[in-house]
Design a binder for this molecule. Sequence first.
Ligand SMILES: Cc1cc2nc3c(=O)[nH]c(=O)nc-3n(C[C@H](O)[C@H](O)[C@H](O)COP(=O)(O)OP(=O)(O)OC[C@H]3O[C@@H](n4cnc5c(N)ncnc54)[C@H](O)[C@@H]3O)c2cc1C
Length: 444
Amino acid sequence: MSSKFRIAGNCACRGWALPNQAERSSRVYASHIIVIGAGLAGLTVSISLARGGHEVTILESAPEITYIGAGSIQVSPNASRILRELGVDAYIEKYCTEPVDLRMMSWKDGTLLVSCPLKEPAEKEYESPYWHIHRADLHRGLLEVAKAAGCKVLLNNRVVSIDPSKPSLLTKGGVTYEADLIVASDGLHSVARSVVVGEPTPPIPTGQMVYRVTLPAKELQGIPELKEIVTVPRNNHWLGPHGTVLSYLLEGVNDTLINFVFTCDAQMPEGVNQRPGNMAEVRRRFQDWDPRIVKILEHVGEVLEWRLFTHSYLQTWSHTSSKLCLIGDAAHAMTPYLAQGAAMGIEDSAILGGLLQKYPSPSDLPKTLKLYETLRKERANKVALASIDSRYYTQMEDGEAQRIRDAYLLANPGIKEGHQNIRCRKEFLDWLFGYDAFEALKGY
Ligand SMILES: Cc1cc2nc3c(=O)[nH]c(=O)nc-3n(C[C@H](O)[C@H](O)[C@H](O)COP(=O)(O)OP(=O)(O)OC[C@H]3O[C@@H](n4cnc5c(N)ncnc54)[C@H](O)[C@@H]3O)c2cc1C
């Protein structure tokens, strides 16, 4: 990570220091909050709530917190700003890579269609970095900060039912927990969502899937045509019919890693959402793409298949009791075409934590949860809709519309006002990346 954003010290946050053991044990808490799920949103909101003076217990269904296999994440400035404020950067910065730019290329021959800077505007305009990081490293960093902030993490505790009136919940092990508020960050297949909404609300398949691959970059070194891809930190996208390929570099724990996401129409058996993939099938599906992609696939041994889902807009994110609310994918699962799903969960976390710091009393919850929804729902929905548009813009079939798009991209390099491509549209990027959740809280 560049020194531009590095802040010295154990806790690199502005305005809060992680409590030491003595401070934790003598603390009088404003309220007790249960967070369901220790995913990216659950851990971030737990840190944010602990910072606001609340006692936080996290119930996670998994028996251990590990992130196995391929998977990495882009953390845009709107989210990195929050992670830095919460002190998470000190725990993850050595695993963060800052891409110079985003490049969109033609699927068949890799012709560069458009390039938009990422690192420079992140530094100069949005004043917070654009990171690429392995999910395992981000997850571990969040977990360490959550524990250091005093959050209790109870693993192997699957929540099976919720009584929003108390509020209380029951785990698979038969234990009932009570709190002043339950924050459900239980992801795409949330059990809490139907309790909030009052009817079943399953996620909606998008009809697409991804093959995810992460491997040491050195496995692709020495191949002349891949030199730039494996050495220059960029966000490379190949735009193809009904699909894209994304590649970027990551600082792994031991090695520089390279991450690939091959997006295409779903060919997975009904009812299967994730499974190890078949390399022969991936090679066949991408055999006509840029010869560099074909070359890369010769060197890949394992892929994970992942079905892509979305969710419809929810009218409410909190139960009428004002004692249960949703956050992260549980509230707004969205397609990944803009790389903003986790970023929105991180923004939710800053807003909910900030409001509950300002209005800590359980008696204020009706007002506080209303404010939370006011500040979050519209923005998250706008991003979700933009993400869907991005899918269709980047996955055109070869033909007239695609030729017009490509000619436009070639004639309009870089970021500018009114750009047809949302990833290069200045006013959209200012709105998305320039968002400061802590500023947004002022006045409420
Ligand atoms: C291919 C792909 C690429 C993506 N890339 C990006 C990107 O670059 N940038 C970005 O910002 N976003 C990205 N996203 C979106 C991002 O991954 C998600 O938005 C984010 O991980 C959601 O976090 P969450 O904490 O809300 O949910 P989850 O990560 O799903 O966490 C939910 C947690 O709750 C636990 N849980 C579930 N049910 C229960 C229960 N009943 N009891 C107890 N615990 C429970 C689960 O075990 C899990 O730990 C991408 C998504 C995909 C599919």
